[in-house]
Ligand binder design. Structure first.
Ligand code: NAG
Ligand code: NAG
Ligand code: NAG
Ligand code: NAG
Ligand code: NAG
Length: 376
């Protein structure tokens, strides 16, 4: 399942998968609550390809529809690019505390991929009616919070950290596919696109970050493939707005750490994780977790595969001691190229996953081969 039919970024998130689907049949829109619903065969395997539409309500409705056929569902993968708030592990600038540059940590590159079954609703915060983020426009202040994502009385369920052996096993299979030479070879075909459309933007972004923070960020190596984040480092944080920058990134990482700690009895903090900002995970989780509690119904294994499509905040700039603002020199996000690239890397990972299953079923490498189709 994917979210966007192309309305937002100009490229349908299903475009490459649909281009490779044989025996493709589309169900009429009036027969189901998904935006588009197809059946067919992908590298020799029977699949449904659904476009849910954007937002948690749409993804929950479409997931619930699919859950009605649970006995026919082997695995459920929600695969999309994300508007991302993650630029580096643990963030570039941090509060509470001394509000100082975090220093160099692993940077996120456009096209990097998070594979995680966990999600948390960002909207579950501030319980009072009129509170603003204190300190604006100084971005190095930690937003005030009176409630938080554990307060169900006001917001309903916000944290989706339930884990079954099955759904981490599905994420593990996707992560393992990303470690194969087959994936490395498939994804290297995207290098020319990265160089042509993203390298200059990325270089400028990190140059501004390094200069603004006064921290040495080593020059990134030539792009040869996405970095994979797993479910011990990342969760999807859902918001139906684009929150502005660094303060909200701090909170997003705090919620992410909380969610992962609940999932795995760990003691992560906001400095240890990457938050992946998107909209649909909580809808899928609400629908499928509810389904999975039903007695007498086969459980559905699910995971999210999210590609990094943009940096959600500008490089911070210290304008006077202790006062940080968004660097106005940040180049604008190019939604067309950045989102397309994240769709290319995530589609390549899913297709490699299907290739490996195709080969494991005893088919020849040529039967299981594919080439990413040209855009229609
Ligand atoms: C992409 O750029 C890197 C340097 O960043 C270079 O090593 C590589 O050969 C280029 N690849 C293509 C396909 O242009
Ligand atoms: C980035 O910084 C390096 C080293 O300071 C410099 O050589 C390069 O020209 C800069 N590139 C851009 C696009 O600003
Ligand atoms: C739980 O934590 C352990 C130790 O860090 C890790 O090996 C394992 O993959 C984690 N499992 C989940 C579901 O996060
Ligand atoms: C969770 O971790 C704490 C200490 O880190 C330990 O005391 C407790 O037994 C663990 N609980 C489970 C269910 O593993
Ligand atoms: C989240 O932030 C709150 C408030 O600052 C703090 O008490 C808590 O320890 C943080 N949790 C994590 C997991 O970072």
């Amino acid at each position: 399942m994917v979210a966007d039919d192309g309305t937002f970024s100009g490229t349908s998130e299903a475009v490459f998968i649909l281009g490779l689907l044989s025996n493709k049949l589309q169900a009429p829109a009036t027969t189901n609550p998904c935006q588009q619903f197809y059946t067919g065969s992908l590298l020799g395997q029977s699949v449904v390809v659904a476009i849910s539409g954007i937002g948690p309500e749409a993804s929950a409705l479409c997931s619930t529809y699919i859950a009605e056929c649970a006995s026919n569902v082997k695995d459920f993968i929600y695969v999309v690019r994300a508007a991302v708030c993650f630029t580096q592990l643990g963030g570039a600038l941090n509060a509470p505390g001394d509000c100082a540059p975090h220093g160099f940590t692993t940077q996120t590159r456009i096209g990097d991929i998070a594979v995680t079954p966990f999600s948390v609703n960002w909207q579950c915060k501030l319980a009072s009616w009129n509170e603003q983020c204190t300190g604006y426009p100084n971005i190095c202040t930690y937003p005030t919070e009176e409630a938080g994502p554990l307060v169900r009385s006001l917001y309903g369920q916000c944290v989706f950290s339930s884990k079954t052996a099955a759904n981490t096993a599905l994420a593990d299979e996707v992560l393992a596919a990303a470690k194969t030479p087959l994936f490395a070879a498939n994804v290297l075909k995207l290098q020319a696109d990265f160089n042509a459309t993203l390298l200059a933007y990325e270089t400028t972004y990190w140059n501004l970050t390094a200069a603004g923070m006064g921290v040495n960020y080593p020059v990134l190596p030539a792009w040869t493939g996405p970095r994979l984040l797993d479910y011990t480092q990342s969760a999807e944080i859902d918001a139906q707005f684009f929150f502005s920058g660094t303060p909200w990134d701090m909170v997003a990482r705090n919620y992410t750490a909380l969610t992962l700690n609940l999932a795995n009895n760990s003691t992560l903090t906001q400095y240890d994780v990457t938050a992946v900002n998107a909209e649909e995970g909580i809808g899928v989780s609400a629908a499928l977790d509810a389904h999975n509690t039903l007695t007498g119904m086969p459980k559905i294994k699910y995971t999210f595969v999210r590609g990094a499509s943009d940096y959600l905040y500008a490089p911070p700039l210290e304008v006077s001691p202790g006062v940080w603002e968004d660097n106005p020199a940040v180049p604008p996000t190019n939604f067309d190229t950045q989102y397309l690239f994240a769709i290319q890397t995530t589609s390549t990972l899913i297709l490699t996953f299907f290739q490996l299953r195709c080969q494991a079923a005893g088919n020849s490498a040529s039967t299981c081969a594919y080439t990413l189709p040209a855009l229609p």
